[in-house]
Design a protein around this ligand. Sequence first.
Ligand SMILES: Nc1ncnc2c1ncn2[C@@H]1O[C@H](COP(=O)(O)OP(=O)(O)O)[C@@H](O)[C@H]1O
Ligand SMILES: [Mg+2]
Length: 281
Amino acid sequence: MAATTEKTSSLTETTPPGERPVIVQVQDLIVRYGEETILDGVSFEICQGEIFAILGGSGCGKSTLLRQLIGLEKPAAGNVLIDGEDITAAEGREHEKILRKIGILFQSGALFGSMTLAENISLRLLEYSDLPQAIIDLIIRMKLSMVGLEDFENYLPSELSGGMKKRAALARAMAMDPRILFCDEPSSGLDPISSAGIDNLLIQLNRSLGVTIVVVTHDLASISAIAHRAIMLDKSVKTIIADGKPSDLKEHSDNPLVKSFFNRLAESGENLNVRSGVEKR
Ligand SMILES: Nc1ncnc2c1ncn2[C@@H]1O[C@H](COP(=O)(O)OP(=O)(O)O)[C@@H](O)[C@H]1O
Ligand SMILES: [Mg+2]
């Protein structure tokens, strides 16, 4: 369909990340829960067509930041502009209008357990569009086939493996052809092969549809494989301690926290993968 052709922008293929228009702008964001400040003066920009990773140790505020980016929670101060519109100020219909441009893959996957995959995927289409059922059915089949689940329309989430559930949730997040896809730890709880499968899907979506992807993760293998750019948050300073290409952060950062975060790859991930094959048999 024409809509699909339009989305396959040459911008993604030819324009280096960093020279593209800004699609998300975060300005001096301060987030508090009660007396406790979680994020204190966070500012950064995400460019159109980037795969952008939000990194940091457990409890540093990654999910909190993501909820701010989609306007689920309001900050104590600061702004989040999505495609030029301030989501922190948007209420009701205005917020909904911005939400139509974005897809969200929550950490838990959060499919409705009593609904089939087809029903899960059709939810937002029924809510936000007046497309005839035949077109909705077509979109459902297209989205499921995009994530390799073409014959699973009538399955319930409980009948699927963890990796398949994540892929189904991804199909649902893509139902409305979002311009930006937000994912909170998409590979958490998955085995390395399923995780790599999700990474590949995200890369494919980014390359073929030009969708901007914002991914919260602490999976080092995934960061190196997919992210064009990353920021790293730290709990003690409550803000960004690094911003750049993952390979540059890994090799050139002087910050000891950044160094130790990236060096875990050598200590745990890579060696473990090699060892697990050798030690067991
Ligand atoms: N709704 C909430 N109310 C109070 N504190 C919260 C809430 N959500 C998160 N926090 C706290 O904010 C901090 C950051 O949490 P979170 O964003 O979930 O971290 P991360 O995703 O990086 O692991 C933690 O100390 C957490 O306990
Ligand atoms: Mg989290």
